[in-house]
Design a protein around this ligand. Structure first.
Ligand code: AMP
Ligand code: GLY
Length: 438
């Protein structure tokens, strides 16, 4: 029986917990989370509610429960060095050390890394430490540009011309704001295309990809409304996406392989965890939007629902650098994840209101996110509440399964009905066809 410390308390961590518990080795789970997650709690031997950024408290809990390893779910503790703090007391983690986590926490670090090591995938970009030259670079890009704050901003640090920035003046003002906050700002070419997430397990020497997933960041149907953490995702039975070519996937994989090697050279330490590339398929190939140093949420729900094998052995393979010796696979099924979120999410979400879910139909999995379980039922905590994973032989089947499950949810919530539908997927396919003149 292996003992595992899991850090985090969202739906992503719920599916990680479940996948760990499915290991044939047996798993005793110890959880350090910012809030109670009823789904994770039911799977754990001990569940400590603490502050994710309080590493003294985390270390004290880790010392007490003495696990074989830790799995760190969310971006913030990874960026702040939770893996370093746990290693200090002898606990290795799936989740990179702080210096390696800059891959996600610093946009300029990653852009510079690709440039320095000649790795393809960067858009045109420049990093500025003052306003000198910002305006002329924006004009060089034809006033089609993106301004990126240099730090973890919960997905809200990126502003795109035309979408969030109505004029060059607004762009300059935002660049100034980013400089004041972090001393650095990245300005880059605005890419046009279709985004996809390719997550890979990385042990330093080996990179093993998971099925490709597409996320939906906007809150409302038709890709309207404010950006969110992700309202839902889909992945197809062939582990690719309907608008991607095999060459696109190969190119994305190759970038991750080269970035893992470059990281080792650059910082002299080995990356152990997940590298999640946010890529965009564009007119003439693919580009890298960003890396995350963790599982995506909800992307983890898609891929781990398909995982067949011993996830503990996989984690141990990541930690020991023997990922190539671990055998596992992902079922060849389509998945559609839809998050049920509070009315008003993300700007003014309802909190503390009761919701209920009837029995989840066959072919659907349910993972708890931001919900509070009280004696008389489930209550909304303000963020993405429950993730439903529909599975099937086709995307249409998976989409309908997710909808059937969501129909049983009662309360002041909404979800995106269009995620995974053939109409929306066809739109993506047509968009790529137009861009690539097919
Ligand atoms: P990021 O935090 O880097 O993932 O950026 C958030 C979102 O901004 C991405 O998911 C894209 O939709 C958009 N974005 C980021 N960089 C670019 C770019 N160079 N061109 C167009 N859109 C971008
Ligand atoms: N699904 C987006 C993210 O996890 O960052």
């Amino acid at each position: 029986m292996k003992r595992v410390l899991l850090v985090g308390n969202g739906a992503r961590e719920h599916v990680i917990a479940e996948t760990l518990k499915r290991s044939p080795q047996g798993c005793e789970l110890f959880v350090y989370g910012a809030a109670n997650n009823p789904g994770i709690k039911a799977l754990s031997s001990q569940y400590k509610v603490g502050t994710l950024s309080d590493f003294d408290e985390l270390q004290a809990f880790a010392r007490e429960v003495k696990t074989d390893f830790a799995f760190i779910g969310p971006d913030n503790p990874i960026a702040d060095g939770a893996a370093d703090k746990l290693l200090e007391i002898g606990i290795p983690s799936v989740g990179p050390l702080m210096v390696l986590a800059q891959l996600e926490s610093s946009k300029s670090f990653t852009r510079d890394l690709l440039k320095k090591y000649g790795i393809p995938g960067n858009p045109l970009f420049k990093i500025f430490t003052d306003m000198e030259g910002v305006e002329s670079f924006i004009h060089e890009l034809g006033d089609e540009y993106v301004v990126k704050a240099d730090g973890l901003m919960g997905g809200k640090g990126v502003k795109v011309s035309g979408t969030h920035l109505g004029s060059v003046e607004e762009g300059l003002a935002y660049a100034r704001e980013c400089l004041e906050a972090a001393g650095r700002v990245v300005i880059e070419e605005k890419l046009v295309g279709e985004e996809f997430s390719l997550m890979s397990f990385v042990d330093g020497a080996h990179v093993v990809d998971m099925p490709t997933v597409q996320d939906h960041k906007r809150a409302f149907d038709g890709d309207l409304g404010p950006n969110t953490g992700g309202m839902g995702t889909y992945s197809d039975a062939d582990h690719s996406l309907p608008f991607l070519t095999p060459e696109d996937l190969k190119a994305a994989h190759e970038i991750t392989v080269q970035v893992a090697a470059a990281l080792q050279k650059e910082v002299g330490k080995t990356y152990k965890g997940i590298m999640y590339g946010g890529f965009m398929a564009v007119r003439d190939g693919i580009r890298l939007i960003e890396y995350n140093a963790r599982f995506g949420d909800p992307e983890a729900l898609n891929v781990l629902s398909l995982f067949k094998g011993d996830f503990i052995a996989l984690c141990e393979g990541i930690i020991s650098g023997n990922l190539d010796k671990v055998s596992f696979e992902f079922e060849r099924k389509a998945t559609v994840v839809k998050y049920v979120v509070p009315e008003g999410y993300p700007d003014a979400p309802k909190k503390g209101e009761k919701i209920s879910v009837s029995e989840v139909p066959k072919g659907v999995k349910m993972y708890y996110g931001s919900v509070d379980a009280r004696e008389d039922g489930l209550y909304l905590s303000g963020s993405r509440a429950i993730g439903f994973v529909g599975m099937g032989e086709s995307l249409a089947e998976a989409e309908q399964a997710a909808e059937r499950a969501i129909a049983t949810v009662k309360g002041p919530v909404f979800h995106r009905k269009d995620i995974g539908t053939s109409a929306l997927i066809q739109k993506r396919v047509d968009h790529m066809k137009v861009l690539r003149n097919l």
